[in-house]
Write a protein that binds this ligand. Structure first.
Ligand code: OGA
Ligand code: MN
Length: 296
């Protein structure tokens, strides 16, 4: 296995390994070491189906049960519970229409975010497998939150140390004007904000990173408008082109990213006319980043 850096220290292009086969402990360790160094790894020509993708994913920890389909009832799912459906297809494989609620909610992926930051124990890795890609558009962009942290001035580093943010899917959907009521009673409890540290330290490398996400609604102890303005500033800083790598998808690409140290966003494409079918497995994190508020 060889890793070629796509930018210095961020995003690596990996060759010389077939991830659909059972891997040895040393191969898994090499991938983890690559993730610690580059935060995003890109593998081409990986002929996954859902079972081989889930088997490969389990090398890195416990799988998260997808909540991406919050808008769809469990019986309307196209993929199994461990697989997030990052496509524009309905259960029958037909393109979703312009007003489809699942489509509108999923447009939240166009905002810079970190997966599942709205969970008390947020995600570690996401693994996204491209099955069908559109002719143009639909790139995924990744931003390096370690480099973004390092580039802050000392006064800002001091100011953000110890700050705790509140994350909820309701905030990111509010940003795109998707009504909270559309979640239905069934899902309201999933919208309860959770607390996360604004600065995270990577458990292996010890590097600090900014933990930002479109799901942030406020900073604990701050007036909301001041918190949102500040988070917007930090997000603008952290997503400057010098911190960003854009991935142009080919069918059968697998991209793994570390949600603890990166943000990502989807770019637009002709989703009403062309199929984009991506399957995402997600590895659970192993700890909360901040103590949660006591239940009222
Ligand atoms: C995701 C996601 C972006 C994309 O799978 O978590 O945000 O480009 N995907 O589809
Ligand atoms: Mn995502």
């Amino acid at each position: 296995m060889n890793i070629a850096p796509l930018t210095p220290g961020f995003a690596g292009d990996v060759t010389g390994i077939d991830l659909t086969k059972k891997l040895s402990a040393s191969q898994v360790a090499a991938i983890e070491a690559g993730m610690d160094a580059y935060a995003v790894l890109i593998f081409h020509d990986q002929h996954f189906d859902d079972d081989t993708q889930l088997a490969f994913s389990r090398n890195f920890g416990e799988l998260e049960i997808s909540s991406g389909g919050e808008m769809s009832k469990p019986e309307d799912r196209r993929l199994k519970l461990e697989m997030a459906d990052i496509s524009n297809l309905d259960r029958d494989g037909a393109l979703r229409g312009a007003d489809d609620r699942v489509r509108l909610s999923a447009l939240g992926n166009r905002l810079w975010h970190s997966d599942a930051s709205f969970r008390a124990v947020p995600a570690k890795y996401s693994l996204l497998s491209a099955r069908i890609v559109p002719k143009s558009g639909g790139n995924t962009e990744f931003a390096d939150m370690r480099a973004a942290y390092d580039a802050l001035d000392d006064a800002t580093k001091l100011q953000i140390e110890g700050l705790v943010t509140e994350h909820s899917n309701a905030y990111s959907r509010e940003l795109i004007g998707f009504p909270k009521e559309n979640y239905g009673d069934r899902n309201q409890d999933k919208l309860r904000p959770v607390r996360q540290s604004l600065v995270r330290t990577h458990p292996v490398t010890g590097r600090k990173s900014l933990y930002l996400s479109a799901h942030i609604g406020t900073i604990v102890g701050w007036p909301v408008p001041e918190a949102r303005a500040f988070i917007r500033d930090l997000t603008e800083h952290a997503t400057q082109p010098c911190f960003v790598h854009a991935h142009v998808w080919r069918p059968r690409d697998l991209v793994i990213w570390d949600n603890r140290t990166t943000m990502h966003r989807a770019r637009r494409y002709n989703d009403l006319g062309e199929i984009r079918d991506m399957h995402r497995s997600t590895i659970r994190g192993d700890a909360m980043t901040a103590p949660q508020q006591e239940a009222a």
